[in-house]
Design a protein around this ligand. Structure first.
Ligand SMILES: [Zn+2]
Length: 145
């Protein structure tokens, strides 16, 4: 199976949307494109390769967000390409703050986890969550003293 790279047109549409929303931190589209082209096409969080994601969403897994019969259209192209993700969601899209992320991790992170916190969470989900509770109760103990 061939890899379908994300088109420059589509990258530019995404870039222009971020500019419009005031979220762009790249100098210009050329700087963004250069950054994008230099990225290894695998998920920063789980390591899934773009090609593997394309195989999954066109041949194996089903969702209304995935391409229909292997053809991606408006609203049905999730999973076809790695997504540009901000490590710190409050920061702008910039060289320093962006990584490529698979659909599965991006969807799973939601707006709850980000950056290395999500990496930690995904390694041991319940362990990570219980650690958060433990940290809170330690804080409470200190406050109660
Ligand atoms: Zn991933």
């Amino acid at each position: 199976m061939n890899l379908f790279p994300k088109s420059v047109k589509s990258l530019m549409n995404d870039f222009n949307r971020r500019v419009k929303n005031g979220k762009n931190g790249f100098q210009d589209f050329d700087e963004f494109l250069k950054w994008y082209n230099n990225q290894i096409k695998e998920c920063y969080y789980c390591g899934l390769k773009e090609k593997e994601s394309q195989i999954l969403v066109t041949n194996i897994l089903k969702s209304n967000r995935f391409p229909k019969k292997g053809i991606s259209g408006r609203g049905t192209s999730r999973g076809m390409h790695l997504e540009v993700d901000r490590i710190n969601p409050e920061g702008k899209y910039s060289k320093e703050n962006c990584v490529l992320c698979c659909y599965f991790c991006n969807n799973d992170k939601s707006d709850v986890f980000y950056g290395d916190k999500y990496k930690e969470f995904s390694k041991d989900r319940v362990g990570f969550l219980r650690k958060l509770i433990k940290e809170l109760s330690k804080q409470k103990d200190v406050e109660d003293e």
